[in-house]
Design a protein around this ligand. Structure first.
Ligand code: PLP
Length: 367
């Protein structure tokens, strides 16, 4: 009796890998005072995007345009490429799932970094791929090691986020371009550029969408402040982009999300405003860390990793004590990155609350 799961699904853990702040709030029976754990953009979307979404709401009885035509046209103009080189989907997370589904059969090798963005790994496990992980070098992902391991194991996919989550570190465009040039035959580099709008100029190599060795993933969740609208896009060679049509959810985008993303893209002044706010928040987080004798790592994202000065056990206790004081933060999963907690760029009020809680949390954690 009952459903007959595939062997693959039966073999996967039943645990939920992503515990959201809402789940924690329900468990605590109390809301957080500052939501600084999910690298959301607390400065919000462009007011023009909000207006566009409000206007689109009355048309929500209609499915969204399955081709995402207008958004792809606008993105193509924005990046100086063709719409045939762009696929829009349900955030980078959704697009990563489609990409893995297209390329990874059970037993296929995939390479990523130990402690890198875990959603990619979740999809690889879900399609039966075999993950090979290389360590970070210092607090950076290591392009040379990723390429070397990919060549060794015959990987079909190589994942790198630039800038990186959870450390906020980044590689310059020349390093990434050298990595693209070194992608072994038969492999594809997934370059996750979720935070690129918040990174210094010179972080992203030029877009060469006829290059079959790389697919670039971008999102409206971070710089554009639309994480809850779930709009991401990938840019790559037209044949690879067309292949998404075989399996993607053609009605995955709502009209509201499409309208919001289109208006957000058109409001580059708002993006510049957000960039300035995020830069200010990064500086403030670094000062709060310094006031407490801790070191903030340089960041090219809307979050800052703060080195708690010892091992993962101490950082986990600091995190628990912050959560107990109503500050939602997260931290890296593996050593040695887990000596840090990770704090999203917040508004002044959010960071005031963090600044008040941190000294007490540290004292309690060190007891
Ligand atoms: C490196 C990285 N990639 C992708 C995402 C998710 O992006 P999206 O909201 O577009 O699914 C995140 C979100 O935290 C991220 O840190």
């Amino acid at each position: 009796m009952g459903p007959r799961f595939t062997h693959l699904i039966e073999g996967l853990p039943a645990s939920v890998p992503f515990v959201g702040p809402e789940t924690q709030e329900r468990a605590r029976s109390r809301p957080f005072a500052a939501r600084l754990g999910a690298n959301e953009n607390v400065f919000g979307p462009s007011p023009r995007a909000i207006a566009a979404m409000q206007e689109a709401a009355s048309g929500a009885w209609m499915y969204g345009d399955p081709e995402n035509h207008d958004l792809r046209q606008a993105l193509a103009a924005h990046h100086g490429i063709l719409p045939e080189n762009i696929v829009v989907g349900e955030g980078i997370d959704g697009l990563l799932g489609y990409l893995v589904r297209m390329l990874v059969a059970p037993g296929d090798a995939v390479v990523t970094s130990e402690g890198a963005y875990p959603t990619f790994n979740f999809h690889v496990a879900g399609f039966g791929g075999v993950l090979h992980k290389v360590p970070f070098r210092g607090d950076h992902e290591d392009p040379d090691a990723l390429i070397a391991r990919a060549a060794e194991v015959g990987a079909k996919l190589i994942y790198l986020a630039n800038p990186d989550n959870p450390m906020g570190s980044w590689q310059d465009a020349e390093t990434i371009q050298r990595m693209i040039e070194a992608v072994p035959e038969g492999a594809l580099l997934v370059l996750d550029e979720a935070y690129v709008e918040l990174a210094p100029q010179g972080t992203a190599p030029p877009l060469r969408v006829d290059d079959p060795r790389v697919i670039r993933m971008r999102t409206f969740s971070k710089g554009y402040g639309l994480a809850g609208a779930r709009v991401g896009y990938a840019m790559a060679e037209a044949g690879l982009i067309r292949a998404f049509d075989k399996i993607r959810n053609h009605f995955g985008m709502s009209r509201i999300s499409q309208a919001g993303a289109l208006a957000a893209l058109a409001d580059q002044d708002w993006l510049r405003h957000v960039q300035a706010e995020v830069a200010g928040a990064r500086t403030r987080i670094a000062s709060i860390a310094a006031e407490n004798g801790l070191t903030a790592l340089p960041s090219a994202t809307n979050f800052v990793a703060i080195d708690c000065g010892a091992d993962g056990d101490l950082a986990r206790r600091v995190l628990a004590e912050l959560v107990a004081r109503d500050i939602f933060v997260r931290m890296p999963f593996v050593s040695p990155q887990d000596r840090c907690i990770r704090v999203s760029a917040g508004r002044p009020d959010d960071l005031d609350a963090f600044a008040r809680a941190l000294p007490e949390a540290l004292a309690a954690a060190r007891k």
